[in-house]
Structures are given as structure tokens and as C-alpha cells.
Write a protein that binds this ligand. Structure first.
Ligand code: CU
Length: 161
């Protein structure tokens, strides 16, 4: 294969996934995906993301999966006898057309249970989100201390990690 052919082949292989991406995922805008730096000694933590459905069809987040933990679940917070507790949401969450699903600290979240890797500040890991219509979408989540992530969200200024 000469250089020109290689170049053309390269461009085609780059263009194809883009075309698939545009077809499947263009209606979901994802922001602020991060994982809370685990408290030392604990084997679980939460992940958070903001997902906006900018399409005209309703969407539904069905589940999440990852390689960093034995179990990756979708959780919500419920008040039980005056105490906030986490509970698995097996059905996931609907994201109606034009609406935003916000997973945030203290609210709905992705739960990583049985961490099998040491997560450090600034680490990045891929989480696969399964949607009813868009299918599986991989998304990079960065590990932060909670206050760091809040700063990123509210002020958006640069940090040296
Ligand atoms: Cu949880």
C-alpha cells in the first residue's frame, strides 16, 4: 500500500465512526462527568454527569457499567426515618425531549461498588452509559475531590492538577 492509499484508508476509517456517532448520539449533550475521589479506605464512590436531550424524542438512561468496580449501579437518595439513604434505581431515569438529567453529589448518581482500582485525583476512566435509543455511549469521567468539581462547575476556571 503506498502512502496516498494509506492516507485515504486512514481518512475513511476516521470518518466512519464519526458518521455513526453523528447518527446515534447527536441528541445527547453530556457535561461535567466526574467521579468523587473515594474516601481513603472505602471501596465505593459516586459518579456524576449532566445529560441534556436536545432531540425531539424522549430518551431513557437505562444503566451504567465500568471496569473500575465490581458493580456499577444507578442510585437515588431517599429519606428514611429522617436519614438520607442511597437506593438503587433499577429502571433508570427518563430524559424527555428538551430536558436535562442532572446526576449530582447529594442527589441521583452513578454508584461504583467494590472498587478494584485505586482512584487518584485527576485520573480519568471510561464509563459506559446505556440509553434506550442511543444505545451504549462511552464517556470519560475525571476523578476529583468534591469541592474541586464544584469549582469546575460554578467558576470554570483552570486548575493545575
Ligand atoms: Cu449510591
Amino acid at each position: 500500500m503506498n502512502l496516498k492509499k494509506q492516507l485515504v484508508a486512514g481518512i475513511i476509517s476516521l470518518a466512519l465512526p464519526l458518521a455513526v456517532w453523528a447518527h446515534n448520539h447527536s441528541n445527547l449533550d453530556m457535561q461535567h462527568s466526574w467521579i468523587k475521589l473515594p474516601v481513603p479506605g472505602t471501596m465505593m464512590t459516586g459518579g456524576f454527569i449532566t445529560i441534556t436531550n436536545s432531540g425531539i424524542e424522549d430518551e431513557h438512561l437505562l444503566s451504567a457499567s465500568s471496569t473500575i468496580a465490581k458493580n456499577t449501579e444507578l442510585h437515588t437518595m431517599v429519606m428514611v426515618d429522617g436519614v438520607m439513604k442511597m437506593r438503587e434505581v433499577e429502571a433508570g431515569w427518563a430524559i424527555p425531549a428538551g430536558e436535562t438529567l442532572t446526576l449530582k453529589s447529594g442527589g441521583n448518581h452513578v454508584m461504583f461498588i467494590g472498587l478494584n482500582t485505586m482512584l487518584m485525583e485527576g485520573d480519568e476512566t471510561t464509563v459506559t452509559l446505556k440509553f434506550k435509543h442511543a444505545g451504549d455511549i462511552e464517556r470519560t469521567f475525571m476523578v476529583h475531590k468534591p469541592e474541586m468539581a464544584e469549582m469546575h462547575k460554578t467558576e470554570g476556571h483552570d486548575h493545575d492538577h
